[in-house]
Design a protein around this ligand. Structure first.
Ligand code: HEM
Length: 589
């Protein structure tokens, strides 16, 4: 029998919905899974926190519990630019050793400072890599001690006092140009000294490194900021931004068509191009000099000396002012002096010269390290003088006595012997040192030769065992404010650096030596600032020249609030500027 075909239409296939509605069952299982993930994460964090607080090798070290469980707390203070003050407050609450992050210990103690930085010479932490120049190391960023000492040997002799003495004409010339510029400004002009001294410090560093006159102050005077100076000011900001965002985001930021942003992104490149040009010129000069039949100058000699502007430099070591050498006469004496660049180009290690990339990044490192630090210190020093006429008066008496002619800066030997000036600078560096922050080091994996600092559990820091890999650091800010060493530490008192005629001379010497041992405005130990002699000379020259020629007054708006100190490795005023007015002294005209 044939079957009757079914006349019913075939069933329409169900259309899949565009957005399938999850069943109640699926929804609840996703929710449960998320809850489980969150609970697991929470549990992991709790277990981790418990470990860090109670079972970690650093758990016995005092400090706030939230600092021990996460780096977030200290990072917020870094971002608030208040790390120094925050850590200082911790020392006052918890004592000389404090845990400030899960793996980071800060201390404030002289013996610990000596063993970390000088005796054991711990390597630097990764933090310094944010300061690479031209994506390459320089002395400051070379972390391992052994590699660093090779770098240090390459440049150290440049900053020896004997070499700097020969570079006085360059330093005085640049300073003289600034003094002339200030004399020519309309009266009552408020100047940002951070910017002014940044330009001057750069002129001095460029002149003493390459024998090249940059003329940054001259350009600044006509309100055309020197490109290189802007780049140097931008460089640290670039470093912070670059390390805060992923690489792709940074590349994107640098594509935004904004001229100012472009400059910031290119700051490293601008500096590298400037130094590369100097390297190219110097190589050409050195090659030309070697082809001369006779006499053959050493490679350390810069073949073309700077032309000197005016009579601001004195070459005499006597107290009577002497005329500045003329352009013609300077050549003979200059054959002895040595700039930084030819020295680096000639440096050999194991028979090899330094790769050019290293020479360039080294030179860039010095420009970055020396420019803002010098300008910030000087700005705070002058700001202090606007508030302390008593100190200004004593400084003036000393300066006026050795600087009969307002246009002749005394010789280095005279500057070195000015007791009150030097006491003032020491006190300035104690309170306003431009780099007062933590100088991070890492506890090594194996004990160095000084084994007595190491027990079975690691490095012995004031009775606490720090395992290898722990980051350990102290800060000048706190070492300089120890009331047992510096009575009334917040009071600016140059006299504390002078011996009192009414006290026992032996006790006085011991007191001065004790204070000096706590001072670390330039760091301390094997990684101490390479340019500290230049910094001292520059500060002395600029201070005597400015104070001999001008009365200084704080501009409206420059006050305790605007000058409140902020720190991000280097320190700076809250307002990011220091506006002062320079009135020519009658005796200087
Ligand atoms: C008042 C001015 C200055 C202050 C307060 C200062 C401070 C410092 C500090 C704190 C360090 C780091 C030490 C460390 O990381 O442990 C340093 C390193 C350095 N500074 Fe200065 N500095 C000043 C001026 C200069 C100048 C004028 C130059 C050169 C032009 C310079 C060149 C260097 C170099 C090359 C290093 C790295 C040293 C090395 O590791 O071999 N600094 N400075």
């Amino acid at each position: 029998m044939r079957r009757t075909p079914c006349l019913l239409p075939p069933p329409t296939p169900l259309k899949a919905p565009l957005h399938p509605t999850p069943s109640r069952h699926t929804m609840s299982s996703t929710f449960a899974l998320s809850l489980l993930a969150l609970a697991t994460l929470f549990l992991v964090l709790v277990v981790r926190a418990i470990h860090l607080l109670f079972f970690h090798p650093l758990s016995s070290i005092p400090g706030p519990w939230y600092a021990a469980v996460s780096s977030l707390w200290i990072t917020t203070h870094v971002l608030r630019l208040q790390q120094c003050k925050t850590i200082h407050a911790l020392f006052q609450t918890y004592g000389p050793v404090v845990r400030i992050a899960p793996n980071k210990i800060a201390f404030c103690d002289l013996s610990a400072m000596k063993s970390v930085y000088s005796t054991c010479k711990f390597d630097k932490s990764d933090y310094y890599k944010s300061l690479l120049t031209n994506d390459n190391d320089h002395a400051m960023t070379t972390l391992p001690h052994a590699q660093h000492s090779i770098r240090r040997k390459a440049y150290a002799a440049h900053y020896m006092p004997s070499n700097l003495a020969k570079l006085q004409p360059e330093i005085c010339d640049a300073t003289g140009q600034m003094i002339d510029t200030l004399h020519n400004l309309p009266s009552n002009t408020a100047l940002d000294t951070l910017s002014l001294f940044r330009h001057l410090a750069l002129d001095i560093i460029v002149a003493s490194s390459y024998g090249f006159r940059l003329g940054a102050v001259g350009k600044w005077a006509v309100e055309a900021e020197e490109g290189l100076t802007v780049a140097i000011g931008d460089f640290p900001k670039r470093g912070i931004l670059r390390s805060a965002v992923p690489k792709w985001a940074w590349n994107l930021v640098c594509k935004i068509p904004n001229a100012r942003l472009r400059l910031l992104c290119d700051s490293d490149k601008i500096m590298a191009e400037f130094v590369s040009t100097r390297v190219y010129e110097m190589r050409a000069k050195m090659a030309a000099a070697q082809k001369l039949p006779e006499p053959t100058p050493t490679v350390l000699v810069a073949p073309t000396p700077l032309a000197f502007l005016s009579g601001f430099c004195s070459r005499s070591s006597s107290r009577s002012p002497s005329p500045c050498p003329s352009e013609d006469s300077s050549l003979a004496d200059d054959t002895e002096k040595s700039y930084l660049l030819p020295r680096l180009l000639a440096y050999k290690y194991n028979g090899q010269t330094m790769p050019e990339k290293d020479v360039i990044s080294e030179c860039m490192g010095h420009m970055v390290a020396g420019t803002d630090t010098t300008s910030i210190s000087l700005s705070f020093f002058l700001w202090e003088l606007t508030r302390r006429r008593d100190i200004l008066h004593k400084l003036r008496s000393e300066i006026d006595a050795v600087m009969l002619d307002a246009k002749t800066i005394p010789d280095i030997k005279i500057l070195n012997g000015m007791d009150y000036l030097n006491a003032f600078i020491k006190e300035g560096l104690r309170i306003y040192g431009a780099a007062p922050s933590l100088l991070e080091r890492v506890v090594p994996g194996s004990a160095p030769s000084n084994k007595h600092f190491f027990g079975a559990d690691g490095f012995d820091l004031l009775g606490y065992a720090l395992p290898p890999g722990t980051i350990v650091a102290t800060q000048a800010w706190s070492m300089h404010r120890d009331p047992a060493v510096f009575p009334s530490p917040e009071t600016f008192l140059p006299e504390r650096w002078l011996t009192s005629p009414t006290e026992d001379p032996v006790a006085e010497e011991a007191r001065l030596a004790r204070m000096a041992s706590y001072m670390m405005p330039f760091g301390t130990g094997s990684r101490i600032c390479g340019g500290l002699n230049l910094a001292h000379l520059t500060m002395r020259v600029i201070l005597v020249a400015v104070l001999r020629n001008f009365e200084i007054e704080a501009a409206p708006g420059t006050d305790e609030k605007s000058m409140d100190m902020r720190d991000s490795f280097v320190m700076f005023p809250a307002a990011m500027e220091c506006k002062l007015i320079f009135h020519p002294r009658a005796a200087s005209l």
